[in-house]
Design a protein around this ligand. Structure first.
Ligand code: NAP
Length: 311
């Protein structure tokens, strides 16, 4: 088996929680290097302050995972592709649609693998829902993604800056499930985006969608102000009256009120298995659909202002 030497750019929360342990457990990869502006060390890997230093010192590196905030992802990914590395992108894959298009074209030109990971798609219940819905039209969909930003994103300043996505940072996970399970495309028709008066990214968003299915009722509610129990649900009704409820972020599916699939998520394990497969086949996997919906929400959205947010 080929063992790919991989490096990570950005040693923040998701890198430490998922990428480092999951790579260590996958025999197709060896984590040999890291680029950390703060100089964070990872056992068994060499740490550099910049990707450029990492590429110069370790030409044997095959691939990098870019796990920074989205505002700087395009520059890091382009630099990596330009020196011949394959690239795995954390979600969201770029700050804008045109940046992602550029990376897609550049990876193609450089004959390198580019992989946009959408971790919420890697759930057994999500995959099963896609199969079930492939034979149906969707009449109704209600996405409810409400969580406590202070619990999940303490101190993350970039998330409140322009291009940090705000509540769409988790919300885009819901949209990545929606775009993979729905058999027909959907379009953002309206969006109310609520910004704290001291932030450049929204704390809540309320979206309605249209589709090519007549009289469909499709909506999404994202809110970062929910304390107590957290809600990550997608409820769907098909044209034949079947009701599906995906809950717990896509790891549990009920059909007509009866439990159908519930499997603990192994999202990042599956992501790195898929990356190994893509590297074997020398094939990119670039999915911009969730990013396009968020971009469209900002295009058509109404801006509302609420009280300032303090961590
Ligand atoms: P984080 O804890 O803030 O870590 C991001 C890291 O990126 C920083 O610690 C820093 O590490 C590096 N970095 C490089 N350039 C930076 C810049 N200009 N500003 C700030 N940091 C910079 O964020 P995170 O939660 O790991 O999220 C990173 C990405 O993963 C986001 O796109 C997020 O949506 C995605 N994600 C997060 C989670 C989660 O549970 N947190 C889950 C899935 C996906 P160094 O100092 O080491 O360079």
């Amino acid at each position: 088996m080929t063992v790919h030497k991989i490096g990570i750019i950005g040693l923040g929360k998701i890198t430490m929680d998922q990428h480092v342990p999951v790579i260590a457990a996958n025999p197709a990869f060896e984590l040999v290097a890291a680029s950390s502006q703060r100089g964070i060390e990872v056992e068994g890997a060499r740490t550099f302050r910049t990707p450029a230093e990492m590429y110069t010192a370790m030409p044997e590196l095959d691939a990098v995972a870019v796990c920074t905030p989205p505002q700087v992802r395009h520059a890091f990914a382009r630099e990596a592709l330009g020196v011949g590395k394959h690239v795995l992108l954390e979600k969201p894959p770029a700050a804008t649609v045109s940046e992602l298009d550029d990376l897609d074209a550049f990876a193609d030109q450089e004959k390198r693998v580019l992989f946009t990971t959408w971790h919420s798609q890697y759930n057994a219940a999500v995959v099963h829902t896609r199969e079930l819905l492939s034979r149906h039209k969707v009449k109704k969909m209600a996405v409810t993604w409400k969580e406590d930003v202070r619990h999940w994103h303490p101190g993350q300043k970039w998330i409140w800056a322009a291009g940090g996505f705000g509540v769409f940072d988790p919300g885009i996970n819901a949209l990545s499930i929606v775009t993979t399970i729905l058999p027909d495309p959907i379009f953002v028709r309206s969006a109310d985006l609520t910004f704290p008066s001291n932030c450049d990214a929204p704390i809540a968003a309320s979206l309605t969608f249209g589709s090519n299915v007549p009289n469909s009722e499709l909506s999404a509610e994202f809110d970062w102000r929910q304390t107590g129990p957290q809600t990550w649900d997608i409820e769907i009704e098909t044209d034949e009256g079947t009701e599906l409820k995906l809950s717990l972020g896509g790891s549990r599916l009920e059909v007509n009120g009866v439990l159908d699939v519930e499997r603990p998520s192994a999202e990042y394990t599956d992501i790195y298995d898929r990356f190994a497969e893509l590297l074997r086949e020398r094939r990119s996997l670039v999915d911009g659909a969730p990013l396009r919906l968020v971009s469209d929400a900002f295009l058509v959205g109404r801006r509302l202002t609420t009280e300032p947010f303090h961590d």
